[in-house]
Design a protein around this ligand. Structure first.
Ligand SMILES: NC(=O)c1ccc[n+]([C@@H]2O[C@H](COP(=O)([O-])OP(=O)(O)OC[C@H]3O[C@@H](n4cnc5c(N)ncnc54)[C@H](O)[C@@H]3O)[C@@H](O)[C@H]2O)c1
Ligand SMILES: O=P(O)(O)OC[C@H](O)CO
Length: 380
């Protein structure tokens, strides 16, 4: 809000001073369900903090709505993302921008929040077009697998853009946060603690509590791997196996998440799995997430309708991350001959691709505790 002490000249002068104080400019890259909620959240805080520009630019992958209008025009006219977050006011200071380079122009704080399969292409388009002193954070749950092994999305952003990248993950079903229901989240950082604290300040609200940990890989792997567990939980829901089976899947899944993470990055901390990004995200995603929902439908159709088809029908443009993540993790497991040590991850991938029947999720999970304990033995 402009400072105003009276008199037209003073008003102009104070506006100039105020704009000089506003050193930080925020851009949100992504505008899906979580992308829109995170833009709303940081835009509220930007308004109340003197060193942020009021305006938050949100890059929108442009599309034409059934009404014939452009999604960006509708967002800017109504302040609502009618496709990905209907009935929620994003705030007057969220500006939708279909031009990627324009959206990040002069931005000092870059928030990456697209489905993981699009981020590499986006970063390549941004190469040489972001400020060298910009800070980044990734809210993206997913990973890439390269020739030499797994590559976390935060590392991809750092490698392509040459800027350090924190991560924010947690038990964060976007629609609930949009309604300002209480949630927690975890920020992970590698070296730049100050940047992590700044991100913590920008995201914190009375209804959104953020904890900061020095374990970027642990936090990001939790957010990534829980989506495979959510697919398994949806399958047992579709098979109507009941709560005990689902709890068993969640426990086995959490164990595989921990063992896999520590095999890939020995620095990953056990304590991270007790943060919001760990056990809490496994619980919320297995109870109410989109991966769970589509996997339940897949099981009810006994695997006769594909995940792609069900995703399009049930999510209307929103994207699942669990099926592609299971395929990416399976590539790593196969290359390292670890399939047997990760029966849940392996089985989810084989069911999703039609190699195993849906009920294999229960059959193979029966063997899981022994195998995962064997794989985990080196950590006891
Ligand atoms: N929705 C949630 O509750 C939630 C919560 C926490 C984390 N996340 C994570 O946030 C990330 C983003 O998810 P979301 O929920 O904001 O998105 P979404 O699944 O709701 O929407 C999909 C988005 O992808 C865009 N898109 C489609 N094709 C594209 C292309 N070719 N290039 C670029 N963009 C394209 C669409 O325009 C849309 O904005 C994911 O990694 C997800 O796991 C989601
Ligand atoms: O709806 P999902 O399955 O993508 O999960 C959403 C969030 O990641 C839950 O924290």
């Amino acid at each position: 809000m402009p400072l105003f002490l009276g008199g037209e000249q003073n008003h102009v002068k104070l506006n100039v001073i105020e704009n000089q104080m506003k050193q930080e400019k925020i851009a949100v890259i992504g505008s899906g369900n979580w992308g829109s909620v995170s833009a709303k959240l940081v835009a509220e805080n930007a308004l109340s903090c003197p060193y942020y520009h009021d305006e938050v630019r949100m890059w929108v992958y442009e599309e034409i709505l059934p009404s014939g209008e452009k999604l960006t025009d509708v967002i800017n006219n109504t302040h609502e993302n009618v496709k990905y977050l209907p009935n929620i006011n994003l705030g007057l200071n969220v500006v939708a921008d279909p031009e990627l380079h324009n959206a990040v122009k002069d931005a000092t704080m870059l928030i990456f929040v697209t489905p993981h399969q699009f981020v590499e292409g986006i970063c390549k388009r941004l190469q040489g077009n972001v400020r060298h002193d910009a800070k980044a954070i990734s809210l993206i749950k997913g990973m890439e697998v390269k020739k030499d092994g797994p590559c976390m999305i935060s590392s991809l952003i750092t490698e392509i853009l040459g800027i350090e990248c924190c991560v924010l993950m947690g038990a964060n079903i976007a629609n609930e946060i949009a309604l300002e229901k209480f949630s927690e989240a975890t920020i992970g950082y590698r070296d730049d603690k100050k940047a992590a604290e700044k991100w913590g300040e920008l995201f914190s609200k009375s209804y959104f509590h953020v904890n900061i940990v020095n374990d970027v890989e642990g936090v990001e792997l939790c957010g990534t791997l829980k989506n495979i567990v959510a697919i398994a939980a949806g399958l047992v829901d579709g098979l109507q196996m009941g709560n005990n089976t689902k709890a068993a899947i969640m426990r086995i899944g959490l164990r595989e998440m921990r063992v896999f993470s520590k095999l890939i990055f020995p620095s990953v901390r056990d304590s991270t799995f007790f943060e919001s990004c760990g056990v809490a995200d496994v619980i919320t995603t297995c109870l109410g997430g989109r991966n769970r929902k589509v996997a339940e439908a897949f099981a009810r159709h006994d695997g006769q309708r594909s995940f792609d088809e069900l995703e399009a029908e049930l999510l209307q443009g929103q994207k699942l991350q669990g099926v592609s993540t299971a395929a990416e993790i399976f590539e790593v497991l196969k290359a390292r001959k670890w399939e047997e040590q990760f029966p849940l991850f392996t089985t989810v991938h084989k069911i999703a691709t039609g190699i195993l029947p849906v009920n294999a999720v229960v059959k193979y999970s029966e063997h899981a505790p022994r195998m995962v304990v064997e794989a985990a033995a080196q950590y006891y």
